[in-house]
Design a protein around this ligand. Structure first.
Ligand code: SAH
Length: 358
């Protein structure tokens, strides 16, 4: 039994049920602090771990946007939640194409996990960029910024509310004997601003809204752009998207607190709205498949295959399919892409302009 499960039981016995948001926050902190969750031996696999092409195309995207910004000579290249550092290593390789960028950029990795930081350090050791680690985006020094976040926002805790006769009531995690169970706060939440829908679940990504608001405020003031990729949907939508993954299989989110990955699907429309509220411009929202194909994924795959063995070429084809295929087994349309920029950046590669309905 996990140490976290014991301390959660104690906490709930002492203070009463906790919100789903607090439960997620405690589980995720423990989870990321105590392991490398990525890859075949871990719990889940991400696009940069599937193929170097993912990071390379994002590198080209960043270079083009940096060009469009007038090549600022003092630019922060920021990644939120860099995992094993693979995406940053792949995109930095691409930026060699523009030596001026290398001279201009300092790399900032926003990572809370002390067990993943050394992996990032190892992955980036040969990159020859100046590297800085931070716990929070607030700690990254101000100035022109290019930022990327892949599968970061799905790993932040959300509040959940259930539509009842009394109103939207917050979903809680409590105890029944020794077992963790879901429950509801009896009093409804007064000011959610969403019309009541009986029996539905409403997810409120307070932590994500905080991060995107800080990010957008910086970009709107300091100049820059952020590229956000994750699984999710164009909201508004209702439903429980909380899921736990262990060894690549879904498990009960209350069964092994802190030992399984806990995530929710990202509401991209809500993120875009929060960014716009800070005076930033939003672009997208595209599917990952359309975005990568627009950036030239097929041409990159062909170039790599021209120098590959037959087995490597088959790997490249499999990766291309996995990154772009629609439907439940592919990442092509489940994953979405949103960019947030300074208002002066009217267009970015691979993404349509976004008009936000309220
Ligand atoms: N972007 C990587 C890893 C995704 S996993 C990839 O695509 O492979 C999520 C990452 O976010 C991990 O590096 C995790 O440690 C980090 N993380 C999770 N919550 C965080 C938080 N609140 N602040 C900063 N980093 C966080």
């Amino acid at each position: 039994m996990s140490a976290l499960k014991d301390s959660l039981r104690e906490l709930i016995a002492l203070e009463g049920p906790v919100t789903v948001e607090r439960y997620m926050g405690l589980c995720l902190r423990h989870y990321y602090a105590t392991r490398d969750p990525l890859g075949l031996a871990g719990d889940f696999t991400t696009a940069p771990e599937i193929s170097q092409m993912f990071g390379e195309l994002i590198g080209l995207w960043l270079l083009e946007v940096w060009n469009g910004m007038g090549r600022p000579s003092d630019c922060r290249l920021v990644e939120l939640g860099p995992g094993r550092g693979t995406l940053m290593a792949d995109l930095l390789r691409t930026t060699r194409l523009l030596p001026d960028f290398k001279a201009a950029a300092t790399v900032h990795l926003v990572e809370t996990s002390r067990s993943l930081r050394p992996k990032q350090q190892a992955a980036l050791a040969s990159s020859d960029f100046s590297l800085h680690w931070h716990d929070r985006i607030e700690d990254v020094p101000p100035g022109p910024t290019l930022l990327v976040a892949n599968e970061f926002f799905d790993a932040l805790p959300v509040r959940q509310f259930v539509g009842t006769e009394r109103g939207w009531c917050e979903r809680l995690v409590g105890l029944e004997g020794e077992r963790l169970i879901f429950g509801l706060r009896p009093e409804p939440e007064p000011a959610l601003g969403t019309p009541l829908r009986l029996g539905d679940i409403l997810e409120w990504p307070a932590a994500s809204i905080d991060v995107i608001s800080e990010l957008a405020r910086r970009l709107a003031v300091d100049m820059g752009a952020a590229l956000i990729l994750d699984y999710g949907y164009r909201g508004p939508a209702f439903g429980d998207t909380l899921q736990a993954l262990k060894a690549h299989k879904p498990v009960d989110p209350l069964e092994e607190p802190g030992e399984a990955d806990l995530t929710t699907h990202v509401d991209f429309h809500r993120l875009a709205q929060a960014a716009a509220a800070q005076g930033a411009r939003a672009h997208g929202i595209a599917t990952q498949g359309d975005f990568l194909l627009a950036l030239g994924l097929e041409a990159r795959a062909s170039a790599l295959k021209a120098r590959a063995t037959p087995a490597q070429a088959a790997d490249i084809d499999r990766a291309l399919a996995r990154l772009t295929e629609r439907g439940p087994t592919g990442m092509g349309d489940l994953f979405k892409v949103l960019a947030v920029t300074h208002e002066a950046i009217a267009a970015v590669p691979g993404l349509p302009a976004l008009s936000l309905s309220p």
